[in-house]
Design a protein around this ligand. Structure first.
Ligand code: GLC
Length: 738
């Protein structure tokens, strides 16, 4: 691996030399990525034949060092030009050490922590021979019916951009090819999070205003952080499939943003241009994907082979230019050269084992989980609990669910390494405290099987009980205990890809379990394990935490938070609706008409979030004062400094996420009532005051306006709001002069 960033000119020269030796078949091969599922021997035989014929440039889903090494040796030693393969994989939130899901990391509002976590993921994945992560997923989502919200950073482009850039830095380091790092592949370009009805794979219909101001910024931030790859999305966007959309893949990505990496389609999305009834057939699909700006086809096994396999024919027929084909091949070759694959294509399995088992990785996972949990309720300061609380009933289908703790997109975790909530609590309590457990109700089944219930994924744990009997047992334990800790939510296959949902209810008979436990009158802590804002139907646990899917060390982290060794500091990365009927319910909405009746938009209930974007409690309390602006006016193009004093008025040190929002009072377009434009997570000692400062730059005040169909910064008046949530009311106003 290069120990310093290789010179671009050197890279480009070597790529050009290689290109000059390649046949058209080999060129199309470099642009083809095949699935190599472990155990799919017949399919793998086909892939190996393509590989030996020089018609494969990359593989995905191989995740064992020995197998990667074996396949790489075929590419390097048994093909005409010996061009090494690029190995890609879904390293979304950890490889062997499972980190909290990305939405949880976003809820920490701690980009540095997200960067550290993804750097660990990269180190583990690179050690076994992977080169490229299909991550970070940076799709903005305002519809919790969409399962893939779990992979992103929530509803806001500013938080989403910070998390996107941080994860790219974590995966790649300071340059592509840095030791122990991966190529980052932000996805899914673009607008996938706005799929109709939250239904995964359905089309998105977005105005340019929404695209430019909400859905595109995190991709731009990821590219500015140096991302070497972009993955184009499956779905239709405004009638043009994202993977055949030249406006997205060339006009924006290349011409407007200067992206110089390579573009891969999502699985099958090139050939699927025919499925959309956009392309006439597979050959047409390949041509239109390449011409739109796709460089590499991610090709699942398909009758008659991949779409890009038809490119040599298309070239001969003059339907694509060799220049365009060469441009795509050079991008892929340059990525391989930058990653040092020609110098060091093989895997050091011995070193890999050491890296995968480094204990400090699990420490990072624990801290990441601690910083991601959001404390939503704490009536009567029930939390933190005493270790000598005497007796605790730990209940619910996810209290001891190792597989679910990992969340979606994890296929190889070692359940025996995962610390569940139950085992974390057991390890944390004093010797005299009794801990009882019941799952209370079985984990319900999905109506339609998950795509991850397949021969290539580890089988799901089968835990079924007689719910009628087990609920009574759980209720009896809760009745006897001094405290009940309920862990409810969704199984890891009920969220993520191909896991959209039409309600936000607790699946199965979990609501019944919750209601019955609350009826016992025992003080109850509800820990919610999912990414979605569950609708608890008015149930009122004394304390409530969103623990997301907290990963390998999640149980330890949750126990530390429950007993006060760690203090919750996470904040919601989305507005939590009272009722799914309110969706979409973005906090950054317009005033529109009769804003004073915003809470009355429905006659049958109050229209406001249950918990607003940016909300999260602590065991400490903070007060805000002295909001100061460096001036009460600034000219367009200038910057303004904002600062505020935050006091921790409690007796314990704790973190607060200080947030800055703006509202523009008039201009070319009407702008949202609140928009996040700054945040900082700070630790403040007991009784201490800390001044937190922000800078407002023209970039943060500029927006894309449908009036001029371009970016504008208005001469206007702007209200600033600062606090620990998007409903902060400490405010000041400044003018922006022309
Ligand atoms: C999946 C997902 C994409 C993933 C790819 C490879 O269908 O849409 O996010 O990276 O295929 O697994």
């Amino acid at each position: 691996m290069p120990d310093a960033k290789p010179e671009d000119s050197h890279i480009k020269a070597r790529a050009a030399e290689l290109l000059a030796q390649m046949t058209v078949e080999e060129k199309a091969g470099q642009l083809t990525q095949y699935f190599a599922f472990p155990g799919a021997d017949e399919q793998l035989a086909g892939v190996e034949a393509e590989l030996r014929a020089g018609r494969a440039g990359s593989l995905l889903f191989v995740s064992e060092a020995a197998e990667i090494d074996r396949l790489q040796r075929i590419a390097v030693e048994e093909t005409r030009l010996g061009i090494p393969l690029l190995f890609g994989y879904d390293v979304i939130h950890g490889f062997k050490t499972v980190m909290p899901v990305p939405l949880a990391m976003a809820a920490s509002w701690d980009p540095e922590m997200a960067e550290t976590a993804q750097a660990i993921a990269a180190k583990e994945a690179r050690a076994i021979g992977l080169h490229w992560a299909f991550a970070p997923m940076v799709d903005i989502c305002r519809d919790p019916r969409w399962g893939r919200m779990i992979e992103g950073a929530g509803e806001d482009p500013y938080l989403g951009s910070a998390m996107a850039a941080a994860q790219v830095r974590g995966f790649q380091g300071h340059y592509i090819g840095a030791p122990d790092r991966l190529i980052a592949g932000p996805k899914h370009f673009a607008g996938y999070g706005a799929s109709l009805g939250g239904r995964d794979y359905d089309e998105a219909d977005l105005s340019e205003t929404e695209l430019w101001n909400v859905h595109l910024p995190p991709f731009k931030a990821a590219i500015e952080a140096g991302a070497g790859n972009i993955m184009s999305a499956y779905m239709g966007l405004n009638g043009v499939p994202a993977s055949g959309n030249r406006w997205l893949l060339t006009d924006i990505l290349r011409d407007a943003w200067g992206f110089d990496g390579f573009v891969v389609t999502d699985a099958g999305a090139a050939a699927d241009l025919e499925t959309h009834h956009f392309a006439a057939n597979k050959e047409d699909a390949a041509i239109r994907a390449l011409e739109a700006g796709v460089d590499m086809e991610m090709a699942p096994p398909r009758e008659g082979g991949s779409a890009f396999r038809t490119l040599p024919e298309a070239l001969k027929a003059g339907r694509i230019s060799e220049a365009r084909l060469d441009e795509a091949v050079l991008r892929v070759l340059e990525a391989k050269l930058r990653m040092g694959l020609f110098e060091q294509p093989y895997v050091d399995a011995e070193r890999a084992q050491r890296v995968l088992n480094a204990p400090e990785h699990r420490e990072v996972a624990r801290v990441a989980a601690e910083r991601s949990v959001v404390l939503l309720k704490n009536a009567g300061d029930l939390l933190p609990l005493s270790r000598d609380v005497g007796s605790i009933a730990v209940l619910g289908p996810f209290a001891d669910a190792a597989r679910d703790m990992a969340g979606p997109w994890i296929f190889r975790q070692d359940d025996s390494e995962t610390v569940t909530v139950l085992s974390g609590i057991r390890a944390a309590v004093g010797n005299d405290t009794r801990v009882d457990h019941s799952i209370g109700v079985s984990v319900p089944k999905r109506m339609h099987p998950s795509i991850f219930e397949n021969p290539f994924s580890p089988p799901l744990p089968e835990i079924t009980v007689d719910d009628d009997v087990e609920i009574e047992r759980a209720v009896a334990l809760a009745t006897e205990a001094n405290v009940a800790v309920l862990v409810l939510g969704e199984a890891q296959i009920m969220i993520g890809e191909h896991a959209s949902r039409s309600t936000l209810n607790l699946p199965g008979r979990q609501q019944e379990l919750l209601d019955r436990v609350l009826e016992t009158g025992t003080p109850t802590v509800l820990l919610i394990m999912t990414g979605r804002p569950m609708d608890l139907k008015g149930a009122e646990p004394d304390a409530q935490m969103m623990i997301w899917y907290p990963g390998t060390s999640g149980g330890e982290a949750v126990a530390n938070l429950l007993f006060g060794d760690a203090v919750p500091g996470g904040k919601m990365p989305y507005n939590w609706p009272r009722n799914i009927g309110q969706i979409p319910l973005p906090y950054a909405h317009l005033r529109s008409f009769k804003p004073e009746e915003e809470h009355m938009r429905y006659w049958n209930e109050r229209n406001e979030p249950l918990y607003p974007f940016g909300f999260g409690l602590s065991y400490a309390r903070f007060s805000y004062a002295n909001l100061r602006l460096s001036s009460d006016r600034m000219a367009v193009g200038e910057t303004l400094n904002v600062s505020v004093d935050v006091t921790n008025v409690s007796e314990i040190a704790a973190d607060e996420v200080v947030q800055l929002y703006i509202h523009q009072r008039f201009g070319t377009s009407a702008r949202p009532v609140r928009e996040l434009k700054g945040f900082e997570r700070v630790q403040i000692g007991a009784g201490q005051t800390r001044t937190v400062a922000f800078t407002l730059t023209p970039d943060q005040l500029r927006y894309w306006s449908a009036v001029v169909r371009d970016w504008v910064q208005d001469a206007t008046e702007i209200d600033v709001f600062v606090g620990g949530s998007s409903d902060a009311d400490l405010t000041a106003r400044f003018k922006v002069t022309a």
